[in-house]
Design a binder for this molecule. Structure first.
Ligand SMILES: C[S@@+](CC[C@H](N)C(=O)[O-])C[C@H]1O[C@@H](n2cnc3c(N)ncnc32)[C@H](O)[C@@H]1O
Length: 429
């Protein structure tokens, strides 16, 4: 397929997403099924236009002075792939599968409008509903932070030290421009894709099957490191899900001690068994439902709460979720998070730690939850964020946002997805 056909396909997919309010991955999958002739390169190129248009929906619409699917797809080609109206028109000329060439009105908009002149919320590609949240979280940096959350993400891997070393994995992935991550001690980064390219399918490599690495954003690796799991500990991973953090903790504990991987929903936990097998992790047992945890009350050195959240910190990877999120969903998540904190804290032993994590950048899900929890539970106190960071990452504090009750990671500061972490210690012990 040429650019014109890819652009037409991306516009169809964007229409499908917006008319049916459905996830981008589902719409792309359906398009692929209905167009089996399209090769992997075409699918990747179409996916890039769709995801770029969703990440940069407001800025692309501003540039084109119109918010239709066609306009945001063309705007995304200009913003992310450095094209202009004349280049696009030259590429679609004579292509029967292409959408109509850019009109004079569209060419004029592209020629005269510059993103630096756009209103802040457009430059930030932020939904109006959540402007207050991000402004209160990021203060003067909110436009830069949200713009970074609208950029293409890298592909990050965590080396499983139970099976390989970082040097070994780096050597294996030499051809993929893989480099060691700046902060996470076992992380490897493959840079964001350029143009119509795609990331390598690292999960098809034998090294993945042999358990050498997992796909995990560097931010997720950093918060797992800051949780402070150590060999021999008794750990409850209260919201273990598919086990991304569980696997990181297991390696940090060198396969010793015990991790109870719990989730309220059995189907959420089910992928963990295969992942544990591949990683060679032997210090983890799965636990479904609160009743199974009764014997652990007051016994855990560490309770990890990787809470269900809006995922606003992962908008680079799931930009469609950014536009689907509403205030009701945020309210449901915050209620759940507080209830989970109330329950999970019962398993911490005197002198033990509870670690609260979200992949959200909204203070409502982060700092305010911790303030409310600490006010209700005076036997818990937040650990000092600066010492926590420095113990693990030395003097690199300029890169990270340190609040009284927690640490915030973000694409603009730490080059990671957005994450929040708070470590709280229970009195006694
Ligand atoms: C952010 S995800 C966990 C991701 C996982 N820790 C990882 O690193 O891959 C949150 C998980 O919390 C679970 N959850 C939701 N409500 C819960 C509750 N009341 N108790 C325990 N787990 C819950 C969800 O099923 C979901 O799997």
């Amino acid at each position: 397929m040429r650019l014109g056909g890819r652009l037409a396909a991306a516009i169809d997919v964007l229409d499908d997403i917006s008319h049916k309010n459905r996830p981008a991955a589902d719409a792309l999958k359906d398009w692929g099924k209905a167009h089996r002739f399209a090769g992997a390169g075409d699918r990747a190129a179409i996916g890039n236009i769709v995801y770029d248009a969703l990440r940069r929906r407001r800025s692309a619409a501003w540039l084109m002075d119109d918010e239709a699917s066609r306009s945001i797809a063309i705007g995304a080609l200009c913003l992310e792939q450095g094209m202009d109206g004349a280049t696009i028109n030259a590429a679609v000329e004579g292509d029967q599968f292409a959408p109509p060439a850019l009109s004079q009105r569209e060419l004029d908009a592209l020629a005269t409008r510059r993103l630096v002149d756009a209103p802040d919320a457009d430059r930030a590609d932020c939904p109006d509903l959540f402007l207050e949240e991000v402004q209160s979280g990021f203060a003067d940096d909110w436009v830069d932070e949200l713009a970074a959350l609208a950029a293409r993400p890298p592909l990050d891997l965590r080396v499983n030290t139970l099976a390989a070393s970082r040097d070994k994995v780096l050597a294996r992935l030499q051809r993929e421009d893989a480099v060691a991550t700046a902060l996470a001690s076992e992380g490897i980064r493959i840079p964001p894709v350029e143009g119509s390219g795609r990331h390598p399918n690292v999960q098809a490599d034998q090294a993945f099957e042999d358990g050498w690495f997992e796909v995990q954003d560097e931010g997720s690796q950093i918060v797992a490191e800051l949780a402070g799991a150590a060999p021999g500990m008794q750990v409850l991973d209260y919201c273990a899900g598919a086990g991304g953090k569980t696997l990181a903790l297991s390696a940090m504990m060198e396969n010793t001690g015990q991790i109870f991987a719990h989730d309220a929903e059995k189907h959420r936990l089910s992928p963990i068994h295969e992942r544990l097998r591949r990683a060679g992790a032997r210090n983890v047992q799965a636990a479904v439902g609160e009743a199974s945890l009764e014997p652990l009350r007051g016994m855990m050195d560490l309770v990890l709460v990787d809470a269900p959240c809006t995922g606003s910190g992962t908008w680079r990877r799931r930009p469609d979720a950014k536009w689907r999120l509403n205030e009701r969903q945020l309210a449901i998540r915050t209620r759940e998070q507080f209830e989970i904190l109330r329950k999970a804290c019962n398993y911490v032993r005197p002198g033990g730690r509870m670690v609260y994590i979200t992949c959200s950048v909204f203070p409502e899900e982060n700092q305010r939850q911790i303030e409310a929890f600490l006010a209700e539970n005076p036997e818990f106190a937040a650990n000092d964020s600066e010492s926590l960071w420095q113990e693990r990452f030395g003097e690199t504090t300029h890169k990270v946002r340190l609040d009284a009750n927690g640490i915030v990671l973000s694409p603009a500061r730490t080059g990671t997805d957005g994450f929040f972490l708070s470590v709280m210690t229970r009195a006694g012990g």
